[in-house]
Design a protein around this ligand. Structure first.
Ligand SMILES: Cc1ncc(COP(=O)(O)O)c(C=O)c1O
Length: 381
């Protein structure tokens, strides 16, 4: 168990911020790294050509290490949608074949597939929300049922963004391989806080921005690319990801080849001198804590919140059907009017997605925050 880490964040005592799924707070140390980076930009004569590569390569390696991959597997992207677009541009889909997605999946993992389907005469097949059981919705059997010889792409998260419902990617990946479907993952709502067995799941592409569970800044993210796609087509042709770009004097000797591995997919200006130091610091902290420890610690917090919600007559999924860090609380009598506003008045921050109240703590969440949530909820119900 990791002890409470609130002191590392700039979080007043009277704020119960239970909304990491929306946007994580920046670590004080990451904010400081960002401030130093802004100061550096005021004096650009201290930035040298090698600086375009060193910190981004260190950050790439740090991220790769967190997911159990090598640095050659990783590209920098500004958003989940950018990464999914790269996947959708590169994976061929047969005419009349299917791209499988979930009902109410986040749009960044829908729109690129709609375009791919339109352009290639394929269909989007949407797995309907499974029936509600006493333990909550169980997506995995529903997804397995929907995979067939017609499936060319399976585009999924690790947990549903509306309520944290868990998806067993190891089991799904076995069926994907059996039918020869590509597996593309948007793990924006889980990477950094929930272990993922990369070797067993063996996704084709996998993307996550840093501004949620990776505790980084907005407009920065990572794309994992399996070796089988590393000679693919990047979304933009930029000079930094071409072979030999380290030699600034030689840049006008145009180069057809790319930097090795997944680097060809890097977004333009990936050196990103302001965001990169914040990203690096956040990843160092996550590595220090370790993702399995973060998950185990957050599981105890969500379990405690779930138990208290149930005592109040609210419903939550059983722990085997939900992600360890993520709770979707449902109101059998309907979502009370003005719920979010009433909670925010008491400095309690959660989100509503559909009929689910997302409660997403992190290592800064204290028992007092949880008391504050339930005191505010009691007043509303
Ligand atoms: C599942 C999921 N994917 C992606 C994103 C963000 O997408 P993008 O980085 O394309 O803005 C979100 C934001 O809420 C999300 O919940």
């Amino acid at each position: 168990m990791i002890p409470n880490q609130r002191a590392l964040f700039d979080m007043p005592d009277d704020v119960a911020y239970l909304n990491c799924a929306y946007m994580s707070p920046l670590l004080k140390s990451a904010a400081k790294a960002g401030e130093q980076a802004i100061a550096q930009k005021r004096r650009p004569w201290g930035t040298f050509p090698e600086d375009f590569f060193t910190q981004s390569e260190q950050t790439r390696a740090l991220f790769a290490d967190i997911i159990g991959a090598d640095a050659d597997s990783i590209a920098f992207v500004p958003s989940a949608s950018y990464g999914i677009t790269i996947a959708a541009m590169n994976i061929p889909v047969g005419e009349g074949q299917e791209i499988l997605v979930l009902s109410e999946q986040f749009p960044s993992n829908i729109y690129p597939w709609e375009r791919a389907a339109q352009e290639q005469g394929a269909d989007i097949a949407t797995v309907s929300a499974p029936a509600m059981t006493p333990d909550g919705p169980d997506w995995t059997p529903a997804i397995l049922d929907a995979i067939s010889e017609r499936t060319d792409v399976i585009a999924l998260p690790h947990c549903h963004w509306t309520d944290g419902a868990l998806i067993d990617l190891v089991t799904i990946s076995k069926k994907a391989r059996k039918v020869g479907a590509a597996l593309v993952l948007d793990v924006s709502q889980s990477l950094g806080t929930m272990p993922l067995n990369l070797a067993k799941i063996n996704p084709d592409f996998m993307v996550a921005p840093t501004y949620k569970w990776l505790l980084g800044p907005y407009a920065m993210g990572f794309l994992y690319v399996a070796p089988r796609w590393r000679d693919g087509r990047p979304l933009e042709e930029n000079w930094l990801n071409r072979k030999g770009s380290e030699d600034f004097a030689g840049l006008v000797d145009y180069e057809d080849d790319y930097q090795p591995g997944a680097r060809r997919f890097d977004m333009g200006e990936r050196a990103n001198f302001q965001l990169m130091p914040m990203t690096k610091r956040a990843l160092e902290q996550i590595s220090e804590w370790r993702v399995d420890n973060i998950a185990a610690t957050l599981q105890t917090k969500t379990d405690a919140i779930a138990a208290r919600a149930q005592e109040m007559g609210l419903t939550v999924s059983a722990s085997h059907l939900r992600a360890p860090h993520f709770l979707g609380v449902r109101f059998p009598a309907g979502v009370p009017d003005g719920l979010l506003e009433a909670l925010a008045k008491e400095h309690v921050y959660v989100s509503l997605r559909g009929t689910s109240m997302r409660v997403t703590p992190h290592l800064y969440t204290t028992n007092d925050d949880v008391d504050q949530l339930f005191a505010a909820l009691k007043a509303v119900l």
